[in-house]
Write a protein that binds this ligand. Structure first.
Ligand code: ZN
Length: 68
């Protein structure tokens, strides 16, 4: 499996990365929010705090406001 950071062959110890450095780079991207997870936007937090009407629909994902 190629390292997703630098595309070099990965090593088992840091799979799928090739080194701890690349693993740290990937982790850093996660922490900084460079990776956008569809359907898990940060707006969820503020929505919960505001107590918007989406709570009424329970787990209705379709009621989530869509931001362009
Ligand atoms: Zn790498």
């Amino acid at each position: 499996m190629a390292c997703p950071i630098c595309s070099k062959p990965g090593v088992p110890a840091y799979r799928p990365f090739c080194s701890k450095r690349c693993a740290d780079i990937d982790l850093g991207r996660w922490l900084r929010g460079d990776y956008v997870i569809p359907g898990a936007s940060q707006d969820d937090l503020s929505s919960d705090m505001n107590g918007e009407n989406e709570k009424n629909s329970g787990e209705g994902l379709d009621s989530r406001p869509k931001r362009p």
